[in-house]
Design a protein around this ligand. Sequence first.
Ligand SMILES: Cc1cc2nc3c(=O)[nH]c(=O)nc-3n(C[C@H](O)[C@H](O)[C@H](O)COP(=O)(O)O)c2cc1C
Length: 359
Amino acid sequence: MMLLEAYTLGNIALKNRVVMAAMTRARANTDGVVGDLTVEYYTQRAGAGLILTEAINISADALGSPFTPGLFTAEQTQAWRKVTDAVHAKGGKIFAQLWHTGRIGHSVDRKGILPVAPSAVGITGQQHFTSQGPLDFEVPRALTLEEIKLTILDYKQAALHAIEAGFDGVELHAANGYLPNQFLADNTNLRTDEYGGSIENKSRFILEVMETLIEAIGGERVGIKLSPFQSYGGIVLNDPIASFTYLIEQLNKMDFAFIELMKRSPMFPLNPDYPTGDEVEIFAPLTTHTVIANCGYDKDSAEAVLQKGLAQLVSFGALFIANPDLPKRFSVGSELNAVDFNTMFAGGEKGYIDYPALA
Ligand SMILES: Cc1cc2nc3c(=O)[nH]c(=O)nc-3n(C[C@H](O)[C@H](O)[C@H](O)COP(=O)(O)O)c2cc1C
C-alpha cells in the first residue's frame, strides 16, 4: 500500500504518507499555553508520517477563539517543546500550523478588542463559538498598511518560535476563511491599495507571508494549506479557478515543502457559482510542489489519489481524532473508532486522549 510507504518531504524522512490534519481542540489555557494532555494527545498520534498541529495563534491579535494555543510568548513556546520532544522520541515529525483568524473572532475573547481583517466586512447570518456561548459576529476593523507589514512579521516571529520549540516546520493556514483567505477572497477584501483590487493584489498577502517564512526558516520547513471551494467563514471568490490558479503559479516560483489541498467539506454548501469538480483533480496538476490531499478521505480513496499521482501524501482529520493509531489500523485493516462530535472542543481528557488504540 503506497499510503504506508516512506516519503521524503524536503529533507525530512516521513515513515509513511498518512498525515494528521490540523485540528483545533481548544485545550490550551487562557494564556494560550498547552499542557500535559496535549503532550499525550500528540504523542499518541506520533505513528503518523507527519503531524500538522492544531492552528496556533501567531500573535495576541491573531486570536479568534477561546482556549486556542499560541506561539508568541516564551511560555507558549516552551510548552510546545514538550510536545515536539515527545513526538520525536516516538519517531514522529511535527509541523506547527500558523494561524491568524482575521474577522473570525469576537472581542469577548480578545480583551474587548475588535477583530482585524483586510476590510471592515463582518460575517452575517452566522454566530461565533465564544467562551460566552454563540454570539453574532462583529464588524472587524480594517488593517492599516503598516499593520499588514507588522502582521507578516508576526508570522515570521511565530515561525522562529516554532523552530525554537523543536518543530520540524510550519504550515501557513491559508484555508477555511481565516486572514490569508480573507485577503484572497472578493467579498472580504475591498481594499484599494496594493493588497486589494486585482487577483495579483489580493494574492499579495499570502505570497509575502510565504516569502517571509521561507527566508526565515528555509523553504524545506514551510508548507501551506489552501481550500479553494470552501465557503466556511462566509468566503466568496468571484472566480476561484482564476484566483487559485494564479496563486499556485506564483507559489511555483518559490521553493518550499508542500501544498495541502483541502477539498470542500460536505458540511458546507457549495457556492452555486462555483465549479462542481474535485479540487485535488483541478489544482494538484498545477503545482510543482508535493501535494497533501485532504478532506473526506478513507483508506481506499487515499490510496487511489496516491496511485493516480495527484498527491504524494494524504491528511486525515476526524479519523485521527478517533483513531490515535490510524496508520496501524490501515495496515492491519482493522475497524475504526467512531468520532464523538460533542467532545471536539469540550476541554479536558474526554474525547481527547481516551480513544482506544489497538492492543
Ligand atoms: C475538530 C476539528 C478542528 C479543525 N481545526 C482545524 C484547524 O485548526 N486548522 C485547519 O487547517 N483545519 C482544521 N480542521 C479541518 C481539518 O484539518 C480537515 O481539513 C478536515 O477535517 C477535513 O479532513 P477529514 O475529512 O479527514 O476530517 C478541523 C477539523 C475538525 C474536525
